[in-house]
Design a protein around this ligand. Structure first.
Ligand SMILES: NC(=O)c1ccc[n+]([C@@H]2O[C@H](COP(=O)([O-])OP(=O)(O)OC[C@H]3O[C@@H](n4cnc5c(N)ncnc54)[C@H](O)[C@@H]3O)[C@@H](O)[C@H]2O)c1
Length: 355
């Protein structure tokens, strides 16, 4: 689907975004707003003053409600009050390491919260399309070299990955038991992983760690230099979620299901290669290998086969690894030298759309 046609699809549509204060949700909410949608976000308030959501002052251009997805009444309340036609669910405890420290909170949010959202979805009379975001980590990781397909076995060794696999099971049960038979309604789940881009300040993610060190003039510490990851720019999976919503509106039953959104295999690089490229884009800096002996287990290579999204939705990632790093570093540099976050972020969205 041509991105140029999206304005016709999303113009004046009521779109509810769970997780709008987060990294991906803030980019998605602004993109939807740019496409003319009437956006309402629901999430916990941002946890830092320099969050992407706060720097964009997103709360002043979209409607936003502070709330907790673990509370069914609040979730049901916002769906009943706003009456969205489209819903994106991106609210989650999204950090693997935090899931080791806070396993119950992670399961309560990622599984219980998702149950609450699906409860509200099944009682809604307004919804036509729902995109439910989980993760590539929902698959059982067999440490294969080839990409995981949508029908591969679910799994998850750590609490975060298991919570995402469990959220998938919950989705399947609601789909089969309640939602598949609903007329004029489509629902799909989307799995992506290792998203990078401007505006992410999360602790324990490699790009924010790099930028913090480079800004301070200290070495970038790399814990797992040889771990390989399929890196993709945040706009790539978001373009997949938007394509999916547009297709669900067009033909809900045909496009309901599961979709992977990942980069091409050329973008599978080691953490060291990523950091070196970031340092080169920044212009100066130093990387230092700093293995952590007591680090909790993190799965090795896992990448996604995205043939289904390409063939059924016509979706492809547009930026290669070099462009992904270039745009990411450019975002942080421009914002740290005083350019407006809004103009930098809007410019990248326009550039991704080929405007
Ligand atoms: N960033 C990545 O690399 C990546 C990779 C794979 C999957 N994902 C998934 O994509 C989605 C978005 O990820 P992100 O990187 O933007 O995460 P993030 O941590 O930046 O944002 C999470 C959002 O969820 C909200 N949230 C968390 N707990 C909540 C609760 N109890 N009630 C209401 N809102 C709550 C936060 O307020 C925030 O708006 C998540 O489902 C995540 O698991 C992210």
């Amino acid at each position: 689907m041509e991105m140029k046609t999206w304005r016709h699809v999303f113009q004046d549509k009521k779109v509810l975004v769970f997780g709008d204060t987060g990294f991906k949700g803030s980019w998605l909410s602004l993109w939807l707003h740019e496409l003319g949608a009437a956006v309402c976000g629901f999430a916990l308030p941002p946890d830092r003053d320099d969050s992407h959501y706060s720097l964009l002052k997103l709360g002043s251009i979209i409607r936003h409600v502070d709330g907790d997805i673990r509370d069914l009444q609040q979730v049901q309340g916002i769906v009943d009050a706003f009456k969205p036609e489209i819903l994106f669910h991106l609210a989650a405890q999204a950090i693997v390491r935090v899931s080791y420290q806070e396993p119950k909170y992670t399961f309560d949010t990622n599984v219980g919260g998702s149950v609450n959202i699906l409860e509200a979805v099944r009682h809604s009379g307004s919804l036509k399309a729902v995109v439910y975001i989980t993760s590539d980590k929902c698959y059982r990781n067999n440490e294969w070299v080839w990409g995981y397909r949508e029908n591969d076995t679910l799994g998850g060794r750590d609490p975060y990955s298991a919570s995402k696999a469990a959220a998938e099971m919950v989705f399947g049960a609601y789909l089969n038991s309640f939602l598949a038979a609903t007329k004029d309604f489509g629902i799909a789940r989307a799995r992506a992983g290792n998203v990078i881009g401007g505006g992410d300040w999360a602790v324990d993610r490699i790009i924010p760690d790099c930028i913090r060190a480079l800004k301070k003039g200290t070495p970038v510490l790399i814990r797992n230099p040889h771990s390989t990851r399929p890196w993709q720019h945040v706009l790539a999976p978001l373009s997949g979620y938007l394509t999916l919503a547009a297709k669900l509106l067009e033909d809900p039953k045909k496009f309901s299901g599961s979709y992977n959104f990942g980069p091409r295999v050329e973008s599978i690089k080691t953490v060291k290669e990523l950091v070196d490229q970031v340092i080169s884009g920044w212009g100066h800096g130093e990387a230092r290998i700093s293995p952590q002996v007591d680090a909790p287990h993190e799965d090795g290579i896992l990448h996604l086969n995205c043939d289904k999204a390409s063939q059924l939705l016509g979706w492809y990632p547009l930026w290669d690894f070099d462009r992904t790093i270039l745009e990411t570093v450019k975002w942080y540099k421009q914002v740290s030298t005083g350019q407006s976050t809004m103009s930098v972020t809007k410019e990248q969205i326009a550039s991704y759309m080929g405007d």
